[in-house]
Design a protein around this ligand. Structure first.
Ligand code: NCD
Length: 310
């Protein structure tokens, strides 16, 4: 990873790469913990561009904060209100940004594979902040970080990922990263919301949430991505919640130490009940906070060299 230029997918990370990111994030967190000014000088004089073609709250703000806490200059570019609405291509937009001196482009795009194309066109680093239904590697890294923080390990941890796997780049990145880190992943979803080819993924597939919860260490709920659905994938929201939603009764069947995760944004009352989202088992707020440290680690490793090499 230190020698790699881009972070395009979780599937590219081997165990050492992924562990280095998590350890670096932990080091950064403890380095900043006691400080009044939560900033490191590492990326002073470097420019990071957030190039967002899709809406985002958490991820965009998190990358912005991460770059700023490393003292980089940050440019936030959202496709709305730019020349993209005049038909400017991804390539021309990227070359323009690079001509203005960007060192890294953090990109979110509706097309799967867009960050890979971008990486062929620019000299600087490209970080995938979510591409279509393909991957969202920094989300998986912050999820792994959160699991390790709460449970103390990843190896052998039983993770159940529930819901709209078909449209979820979060699920894909988590499946690859968690498998790399030694966790055991089970997917639970309606058959209509599982991708073709899931049989070749390093996971177990189930359809009965109640059957798997008593043995889970982690339950990761996915948002039902209505905006990516052009057909009816399940009979009704009520029916979906009844079979695949996590409510207080279901949560009560989890082992004592088990945690509940959600990448956000949540549909409260649909895939997750409000009382579950707000419970002591929920790591949803921790995930957001950890996202900043993990993205700092990624930018630091891609742009700043190995820890201590300055
Ligand atoms: C997700 C995304 O955009 O991929 N959110 C996030 O980045 N935290 C998941 C989603 O949209 O459901």
């Amino acid at each position: 990873m230190v020698v790699k230029r881009h972070l395009l997918e979780a599937a590219d990370l081997d165990r050492d790469d992924a562990t280095l990111v998590l350890d670096t994030a932990a080091q950064i967190e403890s380095a900043l913990a006691g400080r009044e000014v939560k900033k490191l000088p590492t990326l002073r004089g470097r420019t990071v561009v957030n190039l967002f073609y899709e809406d985002s709250t958490r991820t965009r703000i998190s990358f912005e904060l991460a770059a700023k806490r490393l003292s980089a200059d940050v440019i936030n570019f959202s496709a709305k209100g730019s020349s993209v609405s005049k038909g400017e291509s991804l390539k021309d937009t990227a070359l323009t940004l690079e001509a203005m001196g960007s060192d890294a482009i953090v990109v979110r795009h509706g097309a799967s594979g867009a960050p890979h194309r971008l990486a062929q066109w620019v000299q600087g680093s490209v970080v995938n902040a979510g591409d279509g239904t393909h991957e969202h590697p920094t989300q998986a890294l912050l999820d792994a970080y959160t699991i390790r923080q709460r449970l103390g390990r990843l190896d052998g941890v039983r993770v159940v990922i529930v819901g709209d796997v078909l449209h979820s780049r979060v699920a894909r990145s988590n499946v690859w990263l968690l498998a790399t880190l030694g966790a055991e992943v089970t997917l639970v979803a309606p058959p209509t919301l599982l991708p073709v080819g899931v049989g070749s993924w390093p996971v177990t597939v189930g359809y009965d949430l109640d059957a798997v919860l008593p043995k889970a260490d982690v339950v990761m709920m996915l948002r039902v991505q209505a905006e990516r659905m052009n057909a009816s994938f399940f009979p009704s929201a009520r029916e979906y919640s009844r079979r695949y939603g996590l409510d207080a009764r279901r949560m009560g069947t989890l082992p004592d130490e088990a945690i509940v995760m959600h990448p956000g944004p949540m549909n409260r009352g649909m895939e997750i009940a409000a009382e579950v989202a707000d419970s002591a088992r929920s790591t949803i707020v921790d995930q957001v906070g950890n996202g900043v440290s993990v993205r700092m680690a990624v930018l630091y490793l891609l742009l700043g060299g190995a820890p201590g090499s300055e």
